[in-house]
Design a protein around this ligand. Structure first.
Ligand code: 13P
Length: 277
């Protein structure tokens, strides 16, 4: 199946009454591991990459990699840009053929976030690519980027933000944190208020470390996409670390990387099942 547009993927997710994971990739092995897991579980899902991770493959390279793999799959997948903070990255991803993109204007104040997001939405619209925006800032650590901002989404701003920006998905801050250094504390009362105000489905970032019972509840609050990065990255790195520990002279690269790919696949299957218990 070819890659599908992000809006169509959300329709599949809603029709099947599941939650789509959005799994962060970095390179060939993580891409293959994630997509094999999606195909195994048959749950429509996003595969995504942030500009911070694009250095190895480039935007065109990741599009080609994901497209080639998706052709052999029966489960719908969309390729999403995670945390497009700069318009140059956002535009590069759209032009390269991403099916869904995020513009992250969370560092700006309300009015500036609306202006920045709206400009991105207008650009992506011409390509028919849906946009995820962020209102409120998500705390935590992504690779070497640490954000101390911890500003939960204000439900009173949601309706106006969605209307004025024209975004298709809304990422919210409700006690979710990026990375695994801090324990997330999901405020479901706040999430409920936001869900009532938002005309578009919601996205939860920081899926690593959220308890299974909390993940399971998300679906009831119009959450269609939950981002997971750190747990997959850890499984990949740990697999390579174990290979080195058991034989520091190991030179069989294909065996080591195949095991690393398999560990990403296994972890992704676990997370997809956890999201949809
Ligand atoms: P985790 O690393 O906590 O899973 O967060 C991933 C994420 O939200 C990417 O945008």
């Amino acid at each position: 199946m070819p890659l599908v547009n992000g809006n169509l993927l959300v329709e599949f997710i809603q029709e099947q009454q599941v939650v789509g994971g959005a799994f962060n990739t970095t390179n060939l092995e993580t891409t293959v591991g994630i997509l094999e897991a999606v195909e195994e579980t048959k749950i429509p899902s996003f595969i995504q990459i942030a500009p911070s991770n694009i250095g190895l493959a480039g935007y065109e390279g990741i599009v080609e990699m994901v497209k080639r793999q998706a052709r052999f799959m029966d489960t719908p997948v969309a390729l999403h840009l995670d945390h497009g903070k700069k318009l140059t990255d956002f535009k590069a991803a759209v032009r390269a053929g991403f099916n869904s993109v995020m513009i992250d204007g969370a560092e700006f104040d309300f009015e500036e976030n609306i202006r920045y997001t709206k400009a991105a939405v207008d650009f992506a619209k011409a390509y028919g690519v849906p946009v995820e925006a962020e209102l409120g800032a998500i705390k935590g650590k992504e690779d070497d980027h640490v954000s101390e901002a911890d500003c939960k989404t204000d439900p009173k701003q949601v309706k106006e933000f969605v209307e004025r920006t024209g975004c298709d998905l809304l990422a919210v801050s409700v006690g979710n944190v990026h990375g695994i250094d801090e324990e997330p504390q999901i405020d479901f009362d706040l999430l409920a208020k936001i869900a009532e105000e938002s005309a578009v489905p919601l996205v939860i970032h920081g899926g690593s470390g959220i308890s299974s019972s909390d993940l399971k509840r998300m679906k009831s609050y119009n959450v269609v996409k939950i981002n997971v990065a750190s747990e997959l990255r850890q499984s990949y790195i740990q697999s390579i670390g174990h290979a080195y520990d058991s034989n520091p002279a190991e030179a069989n690269l294909i065996a080591v990387l195949t095991n690393a790919k398999n560990s990403v696949q296994k972890k992704t299957v676990e997370k997809i099942k956890e999201l949809n218990r």
